[in-house]
Design a protein around this ligand. Sequence first.
Ligand code: BGC
Length: 349
Amino acid sequence: MSIEKRFFGKLDGKGDVDIYKITNKNGAFVELMTLGAGIHSINVPDRNGKLGDVVLGFDDVNNYLNPDLGYQGLVVGRYANRIRDAKFSMDGVEYNTPKNQGTWTLHGGGRFSFNIWEVKETGNDFVVFSFFSPDMQDGFPGNFTMNVKYTFDDSNTLKIEYFVLSDKKTVANPTNHAYFNLNGAGSGSAMEQILQIRASHYTPVIDAKSIPTGEIASVDGTPFDFREAKPMGRDIEQANDQLSYGHGYDHNFVLDKERAGLEKIATAYSTKSGIKMDVITDCIGMQLYTANFIQGQKVQGGAVCKERDAFCLETQYFPNSINEPNFTTPLTEAGKSYDTKTVYAFSIA
Ligand code: BGC
């Protein structure tokens, strides 16, 4: 294993962004950047041994700053996904968070994604990024530090560990927003790729704002049933209110697992490249987002991506859980560190 640092680019008004490239003994490599503690690329071999980048990224670092381009590869904090009406109450106090989309908060307002993180530590196979957010920044209580450690290994496994510490009781729901295409970024639709998710339930949404109703609904007999592996896009055009609200899949799955410990909860596979990706997590939820809102995006190498040319598997607590009595609230107690892990493991099947 080896690590190399290089300058990536200048961010308008924000400084220099660096990339840390971690390479394993077979030459497979990941590139992680100080902007948003993001994944810039994941280069793994296909069944012929040819290396390809299986996540979308941008050649121009400034493109990552545009929220309309979808938070590609970026870490999302403090609170992933939606907060209804951009507010929540905790112990009788109301907190107001940014209305950065419609009337709600999306991805914590974007602060953790669109800023440069400090590098705390590196080793041959890992890098630790750190971001500090002061008490009440963007309306969230607590002087709050998030460290994100990425580790890559010789078996092409990328592990992401999130460590959170706050000096006041607060909410924390970190995730990573990588867009995967197992035939390679910019290679066209990902919807033929096979997906299996260990989830018997999902959280339906009220309308096109994609805020959950609070119901935990069975996937039985719906296009949301991924318990048996199927091409991701097989049922995506079915007449179904939920799919039309999201313009495709943009929904949280209730994972069939215990909270404690890492478990494999999803597998994606491309029959074309032979690349398989297992998702292993200790989270209780996962958003499947079929890149429904990307339009004409120029990704690395100049290829242009459109909707459905990638998919996201964002491990998380359920969206809007801080306002939803039916969902587990991701609370962090003062001075008590909280950590969560997700692993993306690549192989050939
Ligand atoms: C959301 C989508 C959103 C995308 C990019 C996903 O997590 O669920 O609605 O368009 O992130 O911000």
